[in-house]
Design a protein around this ligand. Structure first.
Ligand SMILES: Nc1nc2c(ncn2[C@@H]2O[C@H](COP(=O)(O)OP(=O)(O)O)[C@@H](O)[C@H]2O)c(=O)[nH]1
Ligand SMILES: *[C@@H]1O[C@H](CO)[C@@H](O)[C@H](O)[C@H]1NC(C)=O
Ligand SMILES: *[C@@H]1O[C@H](CO)[C@@H](O)[C@H](O)[C@H]1NC(C)=O
Ligand SMILES: *[C@@H]1O[C@H](CO)[C@@H](O)[C@H](O)[C@H]1NC(C)=O
Ligand SMILES: [Mg+2]
Length: 444
């Protein structure tokens, strides 16, 4: 059994990092110095604005993630930060500031604006707020007195690695190991990516070596730092306090998809897959705190749900990812076995592979938005709709160690599917031991 999904994922991530890091960093460095002095002046004024929310004792936790990471790993990091926030709130009024979405490597649809996207476009903010206090970044700017972050802590590992080969949890103020992704401007403020908000600046940036779970940062934030707003960068460095424990699941369940995305997904299910919550026994409660579908109660729509991850997953010639031919063979055998006449396929395959897949599996159903819809939904919204439809299938099969597939597993767990219908993945064509995904049961 894979006991720690986080470890497996980060191994894979390091693997793909090599392909895209250089590419992303080139973009970053060419953009980060482009804010004008005009901006500097405007923003500088608001810093001293009398409306600053200084009279409140609120402290703001902001965070960001290593640029190459995709949407679904970022959702995982949100869970870790939510845990940290809960720990912090035992001793103070902390609020989590949601890092805007944008410029993700996989969001490649050309000519649509995909920057500074608030979380509300993808998730139900009121649902998130039923778990922890969160605000959008623009609210933070308005509320905290301007686009300024008092302190940035860039997380890093230890230069010396694990001493004596022994794992221990620790956190220390250390010199930065890698070149900082922030640079000082003429006024002495730090400039950086800041999710595309060019006028944002930070007053101080330091590095923190950390190894361990997210809450090991709490004492540092509470006792060593007095700044009102603190941003933890490279937040993926710290791990879950307790993977798949109650707190994990509370936060995960609070990540309810935005209503318009669920409605579009439901319409598609009804129109193309003869799938409705009533027939499928997948009731959904807008209020996640009230939702507790028993395991095995969900029947699901009369179709096979498939998540077929390609792109960077096949460029590395991983042996746990099938060829298209291998995948289609498995799809056909599953449809037969489960007496399903329809198959819904979610995939990030490129044009060429998609054409090949259509030849091999002409009957497949896909969610293909028009350009107009795409502009509205964005690549992130389309990915969520794909996940939503897969989550409602009678039987699901995903791709090995894809966080996109893992998030579908969780959604199905929430809906109350029998684990046998959920924790399945494709095997590589010549894979020897094809270990299937682990069942993580909800702790209510
Ligand atoms: N719409 C859609 N996008 C996908 C699909 N598979 C992958 N992607 C895109 O590729 C990204 C993959 O990165 P990530 O979410 O981190 O998942 P992982 O890399 O598979 O672990 C997603 O966020 C999507 O943008 C899919 O089936 N449908
Ligand atoms: C935090 O402060 C304590 C007590 O002053 C000190 O021992 C510790 O090294 C500091 N930790 C960090 C990460 O700055
Ligand atoms: C920056 O932050 C560090 C760590 O909190 C602190 O020791 C240092 O004095 C700060 N520098 C400035 C210029 O505020
Ligand atoms: C849709 O499913 C229902 C039962 O779930 C079935 O009675 C009905 O015939 C199906 N309709 C079509 C068009 O397949
Ligand atoms: Mg990824």
């Amino acid at each position: 059994m894979a006991t720690n999904r986080g470890t497996a994922v980060s191994v894979h991530l390091h693997h793909i990092l090599g392909y895209i890091t250089v590419f992303i960093f080139v973009i970053l460095s060419s953009n980060s110095s482009s804010a004008s002095e005009d901006d500097a002046f405007r923003a500088g004024q608001s810093m001293f604005s009398p409306v600053a929310a200084a009279s409140r004792d609120v402290r703001y936790l902001l965070y960001d993630v290593n640029p190459p990471e995709g949407f679904n790993l970022r959702r995982d990091v949100y869970i870790r930060m939510a845990t940290l926030l809960k720990t912090l709130r035992k001793e103070g009024d902390w609020v989590l500031v949601l890092p805007p979405w944008g410029r993700l490597y996989h969001w490649q649809s050309p000519e649509i604006h995909q920057l500074r996207i608030p979380w509300g476009e993808f998730f139900s903010i009121t649902s998130l707020q039923a778990n922890i206090p969160v605000i959008e970044y623009e609210e933070f700017i308005a509320e905290s007195g301007g686009p300024f972050i008092d302190q940035i802590l860039v997380l890093q590992s230890y230069a010396e690695g694990w001493t004596d080969g022994k794992w221990e949890e620790k956190v220390d103020d250390r010199p930065c190991i890698e070149k900082l992704m922030y640079s000082k401007d003429k006024q002495g403020y730090y400039r950086g990516w800041f999710w595309g908000f060019e006028e944002t600046r930070a007053l101080n940036v330091t590095c923190l070596s950390a190894q361990g779970h997210a809450s090991i940062l709490a004492p540092v934030l509470q006792n060593n730092i007095t700044a009102t707003s603190v941003m933890v960068d490279r937040a993926e460095t710290v791990l879950h306090d307790h993977y798949a424990g109650k707190d994990y699941w509370d936060t995960r369940r609070s990540m309810v998809f935005a209503k318009h995305l669920r409605i579009i997904g439901d319409k598609f299910r009804a129109n193309h897959l003869n799938s409705t919550d009533k027939q499928d026994q997948t009731p959904y409660n807008e209020d996640w705190t009230q939702m507790k579908n028993p395991l095995g109660s969900a029947k699901g729509g009369p179709y096979l749900g498939v998540h077929l991850r390609r792109k960077d997953f096949i460029w590395g010639h991983r042996e746990d990812v099938p060829s298209l031919k291998g995948a289609v063979k498995k799809i056909r055998s599953l449809m037969k076995k489960h007496k399903l006449l329809q198959v819904f396929v979610a995939t990030d395959a490129d044009e060429e592979e998609l054409a090949k897949l259509k030849r091999l599996l002409p009957e497949m159903v896909r969610f293909e938005p028009s350009l107009e819809d795409l502009e509205l939904l964005k690549d992130g919204g389309v990915a969520i709709i794909d996940q939503w439809i897969c989550a409602h299938a009678r039987f699901f099969i995903g791709t090995s160690v894809s966080t996109f597939s893992f998030r579908i597993h969780e959604e199905r767990e929430i809906l109350g599917f029998d684990p046998k219908t959920t924790y399945n993945r494709f095997c590589g064509d010549v894979e020897q031991e094809c270990e299937q995904p682990t069942h993580w049961k909800i702790v209510y």
